[in-house]
Design a protein around this ligand. Sequence first.
Ligand code: HEM
Length: 254
Amino acid sequence: MTPQQIELVKSTVPVLKEHGVALTSYFYKRMLNNNPELKNIFNLDSQESGRQPRALAGAVLAYAEHIENPTVLAKAIEHIAKKHVSLDIQADQYSIVGENLLHSISEVLDVPFESDLIAAWEQAYLQLAEILINVEKQKYEALSAQVGGWAGWREFEIAAIESTDAGQRFTVKPTDTEALLAANTGEFISVKVKVPTHDLHQPHQFTLSDSAEQQYQFVVKPEENHTEYSVPNILLNHYNVGDRVTVSAPLPTR
Ligand code: HEM
């Protein structure tokens, strides 16, 4: 990026932050309208109930603030990459997010899409995307290289559902006969379910409550005041022993 581009980007961060809600809602609405397949990976429950995390756009703004010294955000990048890997986010999806984010910035700032300002933001976004794509690639490779490990989604069957004081404990086992990556209690997995009322899937992260050979266990608690997209409620109300879910490989919480 040129020094002028860096200045342009930095000078617009405060006003974008001020309009964070507008930026985020415009961004998600635009992206999910144009790319409805992404409804299968973004959390629609928090969108519908108004609890949509502003995290994604917020992280781009935070990065732009520190664009001259991106190492400031190293911890955040590690955290985001882990979440993305748990959701099987792919490098080619970055251009979709980028395009929609840049259009949203142009809309919120009321500047033409074909302008020096948006071109500068494009460079900033590409820089951050490249960092994330590389960290995520390393994580996918590391997971695939471990015994019983895998990258992306793997089919599991619900082997048991038991009542405990903490909630319903689900035990899941892979439907294939391959080895299963040994996990530690406290690590997290994403579990993807079919939404009964729509032709859609939704993922949710669960912390592993126990690890035994060839199976994972996690506790599911009902969520009050949530929408039909709440994965815990779908699991509790619509899934039984023998049903299948897809699961991503365990990752450490920190
Ligand atoms: C430079 C680009 C990106 C940045 C800075 C970014 C940042 C973030 C952050 C900060 C979070 C929240 C992490 C947490 O839970 O604490 C997040 C979550 C997430 N990101 Fe990204 N992200 C980027 C690109 C992408 C792309 C390309 C996709 C795929 C289309 C994606 C999909 C998701 C999803 C599905 C979540 C979980 C949030 C939800 O369930 O609604 N992100 N991202």
